[in-house]
Ligand binder design. Structure first.
Ligand SMILES: Cc1cc2nc3c(=O)[nH]c(=O)nc-3n(C[C@H](O)[C@H](O)[C@H](O)COP(=O)(O)OP(=O)(O)OC[C@H]3O[C@@H](n4cnc5c(N)ncnc54)[C@H](O)[C@@H]3O)c2cc1C
Length: 249
């Protein structure tokens, strides 16, 4: 199977339980994650009575404007990414602060029938598609042959799970960057903002940029108070990019 776009699934969102002894005078529409961040921000000044009469999303707008982004760190969101390439995840996992990752292991999982992700710049061009496809199919054949030969070479290793791992970890060296992978990504809202700002910008590589825009849209739907200042636009290279009002809160 060849993926032409990522598949993104929300796995978890914050659940906020308001302490009965510190109730906040909430205003406006909001989600648990947004209320959790507002609660944390108001605790700093014990302003639960909401003296400025701000709705939660206006309160969070002011938090971003003031650069008080640490309160956003309480709200974590987990996404499952599928239909993304190993080259995309190689870039994604460079984001350290506030992130957690769990990725499909090419040492344990057989890649004989792996899927591939077509680089966006190739999609729609028949000649480029044929050349790319021939390469990935040939690489996959080499992988299958290598696993077979390595299993024979290490036949003396009694533990079959270990032997398979030895074969797959060596054979995967011939698999291309376009090999599809799956990854669970958890981050707090502040960390998501920093990563999305970098990876949805015009300077980002096309595939991760497309994925960042898709993740941004999902998270904007989840919690507008955290992500509404991102604006998606059509860049001069005819792909979507996003710009942000509040840089690195
Ligand atoms: C367009 C683009 C091109 C790139 N090209 C390359 C490339 O050619 N080669 C390459 O190697 N990488 C490249 N990168 C990756 C880049 O160098 C970063 O590793 C990546 O963007 C993660 O950024 P970060 O460190 O700010 O993020 P995070 O690790 O999520 O950190 C977030 C922020 O926390 C703070 N922080 C985190 N860790 C520390 C620390 N140890 N000390 C002090 N402050 C810290 C910093 O303020 C940092 O910005 C590229 C990234 C982009 C977006």
């Amino acid at each position: 199977m060849i993926f032409l776009e990522p598949r993104i699934t929300l796995l978890s969102r914050p659940s906020f339980t308001e302490p009965g002894h510190l109730p906040v005078a909430w205003l406006g529409e909001s989600t648990d994650g947004e209320r959790l961040a507002e609660f944390a921000g108001r605790l700093c000044y014990m302003s639960q009575k909401n003296p400025a009469s701000r709705a939660t999303r206006d309160y969070l707008e002011n938090i971003k404007k003031q650069g008080h982004g640490s309160v956003l760190e309480h709200a974590n969101y987990s996404l499952l990414l599928e239909g993304v390439s190993r080259s995309l995840t190689h870039e994604l996992v460079r984001h350290r602060a506030g992130f957690g990752f769990s990725q499909l292991s090419q040492r344990y999982v057989d890649e004989s029938e792996a899927n591939f992700v077509m680089p966006p710049a190739i999609i729609g061009d028949e000649v480029l598609t044929a050349a790319w496809q021939a390469q990935v199919e040939s690489a996959q054949k080499s992988y299958v042959a290598l696993v077979d030969q390595l299993m024979q070479r290490y036949a003396w290793v009694g533990d079959k799970v270990h032997r398979r791992k030895m074969a797959r970890e060596a054979a995967r060296g011939v698999l291309p960057n376009s090999t599809e992978t799956k990854i669970v990504v958890t981050a707090n809202a502040r960390a998501w903002r920093t990563m999305l700002e970098l990876r949805s910008s015009e300077g980002a590589e096309f595939e991760i940029r497309r994925c960042a825009i898709a993740m941004l849209r999902l998270l904007q739907g989840e919690a507008p108070g955290f992500f509404s200042d991102f604006e998606v636009y059509q860049a001069v290279d005819r792909a979507e990019a996003a710009r942000i009002s509040y840089h690195k809160v």
